[in-house]
Design a protein around this ligand. Structure first.
Ligand SMILES: [Zn+2]
Length: 246
């Protein structure tokens, strides 16, 4: 009995610690498309993050020239600094779907902590502000986002619930194409080129000086060569885990 009481005490203490603002367990949700199966040679969704910084015109030109559709997750910061690229994307509504990557590229984690060195939003109110300011920046650019992807693509479970309540689906992924734009061209091309039917690829379109961008283009052309079809998130039934889409 004493042992039982002690373990209940320990449980109560750990619950208290969690509610007192300790670092939350983070989720990195996945997203898959319904596989096409035997009917075709497969389809994938290419998602590209524009976190801040500039535009990788190697990727943007390759998408336009090869008619490869993509879902671009943009922040308010990036939208402000990349008017020319936004213009090109808006001129090709059949290719580009612009979605919400937050107002200021702050991780959608409602407890104070650092993720890959980036300070989290830190409170429910700050997560909400990040999501809503990103949506407002897109609305000002004539877009109506339906998907959200937070900076670092990691979330606290309670932040996921809140973002869903705000009306957004959360865009996980199944293939990490460029390792945060830090991989070399060869490895990036290998990862993207290996995507299978139903995969959702994540890579970056805001690092024009990184070798990874060259690999993104090579990988995409390899997939196209194999007869893979590219779809945007709006055009496919994406199914995520951790309560991100249902
Ligand atoms: Zn980002």
């Amino acid at each position: 009995m004493g042992l039982l009481r002690n373990s209940i005490c320990a449980m109560a203490l750990s619950l208290f610690a969690a509610s007192a603002g300790n670092a939350a367990t983070l989720l990195e949700p996945t997203l898959h498309l319904k596989p096409q199966g035997a009917e075709g040679r497969g389809r994938v969704a290419l998602t590209l993050d524009a976190c801040g910084g500039k535009t990788d015109t190697r990727i943007l030109s390759a998408l336009v020239d090869n008619r490869i559709p993509a879902t671009i997750f943009v922040t308010g910061i990036w939208l402000k600094r990349n008017a020319e690229a936004v213009e090109i994307m808006r001129a090709h509504p059949d290719l580009f779907e612009l979605e919400n990557h937050g107002g200021r590229h702050i991780p959608a984690v409602d407890t104070p902590q650092k993720i890959y060195g980036i300070r989290s939003a830190g409170s429910p109110g700050a997560v909400q502000a990040e999501v809503e300011s990103g949506a407002a920046a897109l609305a000002a650019a004539g877009q109506a986002p339906k998907w959200f992807r937070g900076a670092t693509a990691e979330y606290s479970p309670s932040a996921i619930a809140m973002i869903r309540k705000l009306g957004f689906k959360i865009a996980g992924f199944s293939v990490n194409g460029d390792g945060g734009s830090l991989l070399g061209a060869k490895e990036t091309a290998r990862r993207i080129g290996a995507a299978k039917d139903g995969d959702v690829i994540i890579a970056h379109i805001n690092q024009p000086t990184h070798a990874a961008g060259e690999g993104v283009v090579q990988g995409l052309l390899a997939l196209k060569q194999k007869g893979m079809t590219f779809v945007r998130l709006d055009d496919a039934e994406g199914v995520g885990n951790d309560g991100t889409t249902d």
